[in-house]
Design a protein around this ligand. Structure first.
Ligand SMILES: *[C@@H]1O[C@H](CO)[C@@H](O)[C@H](O)[C@H]1NC(C)=O
Ligand SMILES: *[C@@H]1O[C@H](CO)[C@@H](O)[C@H](O)[C@H]1NC(C)=O
Ligand SMILES: *[C@@H]1O[C@H](CO)[C@@H](O)[C@H](O)[C@H]1NC(C)=O
Length: 182
């Protein structure tokens, strides 16, 4: 019996030591500087029914009656990404994906999209997702992976709404910070 108690105490002690060191590691984890960083502007131009040439996104599922904040409404987009704020600047990438409204008590959306780069300078993709809490001045999305020039990357995209014209057009500033580059 005594032997068993001693043994149990030893195991408990070992467990404490291990969990303490795990905590210590977590605490000392420092945020590194990004290995790659750039800013792009996202232009979303919603389809109204007759602007086929100009529109870059469209409603695919309409809102439900749950609350007054468009709950359930979903857009699919193929939006141009430019280096400056001008909608007409030549796009350097396209943002292809979707977002939907998912909050009953406020405007809140969830984004999942790929930035597709297909130029002579950059070829590859960045896969991005995250919650867009629209009332917050800045929101962070996760870069969960990449291909081509962004092989196996990970990082954070900080977004900021710069302008919006009702439900027709909005522009987001996207600061891309990658913390793993190969
Ligand atoms: C295309 O959309 C942009 C952004 O809303 C707008 O400024 C522009 O006037 C539109 N062009 C046409 C031809 O509708
Ligand atoms: C979507 O819902 C709104 C509000 O209920 C309605 O005005 C609109 O006609 C609907 N659009 C489609 C495409 O069903
Ligand atoms: C990428 O660019 C090349 C050359 O312009 C073109 O042939 C190809 O279709 C493009 N691919 C995509 C996915 O847009």
């Amino acid at each position: 019996m005594a032997h068993f108690v001693v043994k149990s105490c030893f195991i408990l002690f070992l467990f404490l030591v291990i969990s303490q060191s795990a905590l210590a590691t977590k605490k000392t984890l420092k945020q590194r500087a990004p290995c790659k960083q750039f800013t792009l502007y996202y232009h979303d131009n919603a389809f109204t029914g007759n602007d086929v040439d100009n529109a870059t996104s469209a409603i695919v599922i309409n809102e439900t009656k749950l609350g007054n904040f468009k709950f359930g409404k979903m857009y699919v987009f193929d939006d141009p990404m430019t280096k400056d704020e001008n909608f007409r600047s030549p796009p350097v990438a396209r943002a292809q994906g979707f977002y939907f409204y998912n909050m009953k008590t406020d405007y809140n959306a969830w984004f999942a999209y790929t930035l597709v780069f297909n130029s002579t300078v950059t070829k590859g993709t960045l896969n991005i997702m995250g919650a867009d809490i629209m009332a917050a001045e800045t929101r962070d999305f996760s870069v969960v992976g990449g291909t081509g020039d962004f092989f196996m990357t990970r990082g954070i995209v900080t977004i900021r709404t710069q302008t919006f014209e009702g439900a027709k057009y909005f522009r987001l500033k996207m600061d891309v910070k990658l913390y793993e580059c190969y």
